[in-house]
Design a binder for this molecule. Sequence first.
Ligand SMILES: NC(=O)c1ccc[n+]([C@@H]2O[C@H](COP(=O)([O-])OP(=O)(O)OC[C@H]3O[C@@H](n4cnc5c(N)ncnc54)[C@H](O)[C@@H]3O)[C@@H](O)[C@H]2O)c1
Length: 252
Amino acid sequence: MSMPPIPLNMPIPLNMRGRRVLVTGAASGIGKATSRALAQLGAELVLTDRAPLDDAVEEIRALGATCAAATGDLTDDAFRDSLFSGAPLQAMAHCAGILAGRDWRNDKDWKERFHRVMDVNVRVPLEIAMRAIDHMAANGGGYIVLVGSVAGKTGGTSLNTPPDYSASKGAVHAIVKWTSRHAVTQGVMVNAVAPGPVETPMTRGNNTGPTLPLRRIGRPEELAWPIAFLCSPAASYMSGAILDVNGGAFVG
Ligand SMILES: NC(=O)c1ccc[n+]([C@@H]2O[C@H](COP(=O)([O-])OP(=O)(O)OC[C@H]3O[C@@H](n4cnc5c(N)ncnc54)[C@H](O)[C@@H]3O)[C@@H](O)[C@H]2O)c1
C-alpha cells in the first residue's frame, strides 16, 4: 500500500513567520549567514555583535525581514541581560565566539589569552543560555542553538587547532547537555551544531581544504541552514543534540 501524499496546505514547521530570533555574532561569518537564512524563513530578527552591524542589518532588511540590532560585548553581563528586555523571543542562535591565536607555547600572554577564550567561549554561552531558558520558559517555550566545533570532539581537523579553543568547544558541548536537561521540561530545546572548518574571518589562512573528504572547507550558509532548522519547530523533538556539520571530516 502506498503512502498518501502530503497535503500541500500542511503547515510547514520550518516557517519562522511570527517568530522573533536573537542571533549573536551576527556581524560576521556563521552568525551573519544564519541571520540571512532565518530572514528567508520569515523570522523577525534581533542581531547582536561587538562589531558594527550596519551591513548585516542592511542585508536582512533587503530580504524584507524586520530587524533590530544591538552592538555590545557579550562578556558584559548588563549588556547581555538587556537583550532579553524586549518582546518575547522564540529562539536564539548563539554564534559569537573567538579563536584568539594558534601558537600558544611561544605566546607570552598565554595565560591571559586562555582566560579570555574561556570567558567568551564558555562562560558566555552558559550564562546566555540560562538567561534565554528563563526568558523562553516564561513566554511559552523556545529553541536555543549553541555553536560547538569538531575541534571539541577530535582536537581539530589539523594540528593547527590551538588547545584553548579545542577545550572551550568541548565545554560548549557539555553545556548543551547540561542546560538541555534543565530546559526541556520547561518547553525549551537546547541543541548545538559542531562545524568543521568554515570559510569565515576566523579561518583566514586555513589551508586544510584539500585534506578534507569533500576537498574543501564549508561555506557559512552550510551551517546557517542546519542552525535555522534547530531554531524552528521542525526540531520540536530534539534536545541535547550536537549536530555534526563537517562535510564528513569526522564521523562520530
Ligand atoms: N569558522 C570555523 O571554521 C568554525 C568552526 C567551528 C566552530 N566555529 C564557531 O562558529 C562560531 C562563529 O564563528 P565564525 O567562524 O563565524 O567567526 P567570525 O569571527 O566570523 O564571527 C564571530 C563573531 O563573534 C563576534 N564576537 C566575538 N566575541 C564577542 C563578544 N565578546 N561579544 C560580542 N560579539 C563577539 C565577533 O565580533 C564576530 O563578528 C564561533 O563560535 C566559532 O567558534 C567556527
